[in-house]
Each structure stands twice: as C-alpha cells, then as structure tokens.
Design a protein around this ligand. Structure first.
Ligand code: DC
Length: 228
C-alpha cells in the first residue's frame, strides 16, 4: 500500500550531480502524488538569464535582484524563464560551470531559498537539490541523500538525454573532471555547502537500477512517515 502523504509534507532529496536525484525524485513525486521541484534548475535558470542579459557573473547584487524578480515555471519536465522554454538551454556545459559560481553567492541563495520555501505552502512536495535537508527544510518529513561512485556519476551525466551535448562532443574524462570541479565548488562553498543532514538516509545508487532505487526511497518515505 502506498504511503499517505500529509498535505504540507516535504520530501528532501539531496546529493551530488549524477547521483540520480532527478529521475528518482520525479518517479517518487509521481508515485506519491506530490509536486516535484528541481532547485538546481532554479540556479541554472537565473544563471541562464544573467548570461542572456550580459550581466557580470561577479555582480552579486544584480544577480540576486534578478533571482527575486525572474518569472520562472518549474513543471515536471519543463522549465520556463520569462515565458521561454529553457529546459535544454540550462543544461549546457557553459551553464554547468556558471551556475556553480552563481550558487556560491549568499544573496542569490537567500532569495532562491525563500522562493523554494514558498513552494511548500501549496502542498506536498518532493524537492531535490544540495541543501534541502540541511538549510531549506531542516524540518523536512523525509530526507534522503543519494550518492554514487564518481565514475558512475560521470557516466550518467555524459549520457543524460536531457542535456544538449552528449558524450560525442565531450569525452568521459572531460565530463568527469568538470563534474569533480563542480562538486568541489558545491562542497566547499561558505554557505549551505553540499552535505548530508544528520537525520538523512544515505542511499548509494552505484550499480543499482533506477526502479530499485525508487523502491528503496519509497520504502524510506513509508517508514519515516509512519514514525511521525
Ligand atoms: O543539480 P544541478 O546540477 O542542476 O544544480 C546546478 C547548480 O546549482 C550546481 O552547481 C549545484 C547548485 N545547487 C545548489 O547549490 N543548491 C541547490 N539546492 C541545488 C543546486
């Protein structure tokens, strides 16, 4: 029997790039009838718009103002910025690197974290990111931290169909080193670094098929909600 998820529940899914957060979060949101929010897409969308507008990626004040006023829609598979479908435009190697820089800025984070918290007021939600269980919703009902070996994460990233460039124009070792650099940036930033919350459940997805990971996460959700 599927878990009954109370109206304002938050299920937080954190972890590094390529750990499987997107596919897993979407599948469990569907299974549980929750809204799905990809917070990485928010950092990417703000970055994409800043690049379009020719803003300096060092201008924290301008970037945080932009983060506050940008019209953004996040659907299960589509992201729009000011009415433009940017679903694949925000998943390029240029935006990968630039978004990791923008995500280091405290003023940008403050604005986007407030927007992320506001989503939960509309009902049950599965939110994926880096700091959901630690900073955005420290009181989340369920916290899962997905991880996988660096080799597997790079291989998944390289073959991700959501991305504009595939392994044909980027060798696996290039993808692996870009991923490693971004992970380092995410883990070492001053504010809300990527970290596992003390009360999160670690799920290692290395070599585990998606369906199995989804089953495991749904089992964790059921256990956690039953314990509340
Ligand atoms: O998950 P992603 O690769 O789409 O995230 C894009 C960037 O945003 C990445 O550098 C990590 C960062 N990010 C973050 O700092 N906090 C979040 N909650 C989500 C993403």
């Amino acid at each position: 029997m599927e878990a009954k998820v109370p109206f304002q529940s938050v299920i937080a899914i954190d972890g590094p790039s390529g750990a499987g957060k997107g596919s897993v979060s979407r599948a469990i949101a569907r299974a549980l009838g929750c809204r799905y929010v990809d917070t990485g897409a928010m950092y990417r969308a703000v970055t994409w718009l800043a690049v379009q507008k020719g803003l300096s990626l060092d201008d924290e004040a301008a970037l945080s103002a932009l983060a506050g006023r940008v019209r953004l829609t996040l659907e299960e598979t589509t992201v729009t910025v000011e009415g433009h479908d940017v679903t694949s435009a925000i998943r390029t190697r240029e935006i990968d690197a630039a978004a990791a820089r923008v995500a280091r800025m405290p003023a940008v984070r403050a604005v986007l974290v407030a927007r992320q918290r506001a989503y939960a007021a509309d009902g049950r939600i599965v939110m994926e990111g880096r700091d959901i269980g630690t900073t955005v919703f420290p009181e989340a009902d369920v916290k899962v931290y997905l991880d996988a070996s660096p080799g597997e994460r790079a291989a998944r990233r390289a073959s991700d169909p959501a991305r504009e460039s595939s392994i044909s124009d980027a060798s696996l070792s290039d993808v692996a080193s870009a991923l490693e650099a971004r992970d380092r940036s995410d883990r070492t930033r001053q504010i809300s670094p990527l970290a596992m919350a003390d009360d999160a459940v670690l799920v290692d997805t290395t070599g585990v098929p998606l369906e199995r990971v989804v089953e495991r996460v749904l089992a964790i959700v059921r256990e956690r909600l039953a314990a509340r």
